[in-house]
Design a binder for this molecule. Structure first.
Ligand SMILES: Cc1cc2nc3c(=O)[nH]c(=O)nc-3n(C[C@H](O)[C@H](O)[C@H](O)COP(=O)(O)O)c2cc1C
Length: 484
């Protein structure tokens, strides 16, 4: 069969191949094979020239399709005897759905072959800073930044010295100098090298520079009869540390807490087909439920009729009227925290028609209103099952703060979230909210006014305040964002 020499192809085709292979992070030969495969399967991409090569990105590697890795790592393998453990490390990272691209130092190639590393990583292996195949579009910059993290394992004394002093005379050190990604280093060396004053200085410098070290462990050395601190951490320990840095555990400040939330309007029947309602959309209460769930709480959401999907991981009880809402709230106790965000109708029709009311010559039917149960006051005044933290919402159209303060006193709750729902604010049914958190602090009433925020941000902020009151710690809002 004839062989194909890429060097002899037209300049245009060569440029296309180089750019396409760089974009797909394959060698040119591999790219040609893929194109031929696609042609045979009838799925070829059109040979349209690119306007510009893909820029070295500072963003995390974009995800390709299918069940592909969620994170990517550039693994730099240094020239130490522990390099053989890096073969296992590749496997351990990949089983955690972390894509691995490997760089071998010149010395590392004395211990493991690029072929073995490539076979395990299923990727091309990089060894040379001056490789025309990858450097035509600054490949070392791509390797430095087109990943979520750099792992150096084994990190030789030599490599750490270069890092600490900013050298860049080979591919590995150039990548380490050019990166803005987190670096995890797994040192491996003889105990005397590890304890040498120069290494100690370099390690201290790297730690000051924000490099994360794992190990070395203590144990027997490859050198006969030698033992001490210097053994590289096991592959599984390094992979676990890498995963923790890539996917830090999400704080769950409300874990073990039961949060009861109400949301939406209530519908108070006039007859079997008509009802009295209000303009509440339920968005604020639903956002609070999602934020509390993201904070680790067990969430029960009692919702009036709304046009929203149930938040994931939340138990939702759908009701219509204020009385049904109270019934479901009472049935959901005990709870550690109750947040009553629903716009419960104050009144219902006393003389609800059993049949549809008809027009008649007698004129309009008289609608008699009676007061609905006050859910916030009822639960706040419970003696046995009162949740330790009860939060009410005050939707006002005038004298917002004053009305909210008196509501706090009247209802016996702990906090009030006051919001101005005058039509001009667009709060009712809208996506934004301007709220004031009114709390009792040491017998005094405190007012904390928040800027205009989306209802999701208000929810996150409120849950952060709840978490602080429950745990004593104020959490970074980022930690409470519900997973999208
Ligand atoms: C058999 C052998 C084993 C070695 N093992 C280590 C080691 O475990 N750690 C280390 O720092 N250097 C070790 N070295 C020395 C390094 O290979 C040497 O410093 C080299 O320049 C490191 O290059 P690199 O940092 O670019 O990978 C070893 C050398 C030999 C010959």
């Amino acid at each position: 069969m004839a062989s194909l020499t890429i060097r002899k192809l037209d300049e245009g085709i060569k440029t296309y191949l180089r750019l396409r292979s760089a974009r797909n992070r394959r060698s040119v030969e591999e790219e040609v094979r893929v194109i031929l495969g696609e042609l045979i399967e009838g799925r070829e991409e059109p040979l349209t020239p690119f306007s510009a090569p893909p820029a070295a990105s500072t963003a995390p590697t974009p995800q390709r399709t299918g069940a592909l890795p969620e994170a990517s790592v550039t693994l730099i393998i240094g020239g130490g005897i522990a390099a053989y453990k890096s073969l296992d490390l590749i496997r351990r990272l990949k089983e955690r759905r972390i894509e691995v691209r490997c760089v071998l130092t010149k010395a590392a190639q004395q211990f493991v072959t690029p072929l073995a590393v490539s076979a395990l990583s299923h990727e091309r292996v990089y060894t040379d800073l001056f490789d025309p195949q990858s450097e035509f579009d600054a490949g070392h910059i791509r390797l430095a930044r087109d990943c979520d993290m750099i792992v150096v394992a084994p990190a030789t004394a030599d490599l750490m010295a270069k890092m600490a002093n900013g050298h860049a005379d080979d591919l590995a050190s150039a990548i380490l100098l050019a990166t803005n990604r987190k670096i995890l280093v797994a040192p491996a060396m003889n105990p005397l090298m590890w304890n040498n004053a120069a290494t100690r200085r370099n390690v201290a410098q790297l730690q000051r520079d924000g490099v994360v070290l794992i190990g070395p462990n203590s144990g027997e050395m490859a050198e006969a009869g030698e033992a001490g601190v210097g053994r590289m951490s096991e592959a599984i320990e390094i992979a676990t540390a890498a995963e923790r840095l890539l996917r830090p555990p999400v704080p769950r400040p409300l874990a073990g807490k039961r949060v009861l939330i109400t949301a939406g309007p209530t519908h108070e029947p006039i007859d079997p087909v008509r009802y009295i309602a209000n303009r509440s959309s339920g968005k604020q209460g639903f956002a609070i439920a999602a934020a509390a769930q993201a904070a680790g709480a067990e969430v029960i959401l009692v919702s009036g009729p709304v046009d929203l999907g149930d938040p994931a991981g939340v138990t939702v009880k759908h009701v219509e009227s204020a009385r049904q809402m109270l019934e479901q709230v009472q049935a959901s106790l005990p709870a550690d925290i109750a947040i009553f965000a629903a716009a419960v109708a104050d009144w219902r029709v006393a003389n609800e028609g059993e049949q549809k009311l008809k027009k008649s010559s007698a004129g309009m039917p008289p609608l008699q209103l009676v007061e609905n149960p006050d859910i916030l006051a009822t639960i706040s005044k419970l003696t046995d099952k009162r949740p330790p933290l009860v939060i009410g919402f005050a939707a006002e159209t005038e004298h917002l703060i004053d009305n909210a303060k008196s509501k706090l006193a009247r209802k016996g709750c702990d906090w009030i979230v006051a919001n101005d729902v005058s039509p001009a604010t667009g709060v009712m049914g809208g996506d934004r909210n301007t709220v004031h958190l009114i709390t009792r602090r040491d017998g005094e009433i405190a007012v904390d006014s928040w800027p205009v925020m989306t209802k999701e941000q208000v929810a996150i902020e409120l849950v952060a305040h709840v978490a602080k009151s429950v745990t004593g710690k104020f959490l970074d809002d980022k930690a409470l964002e519900p997973a999208s």
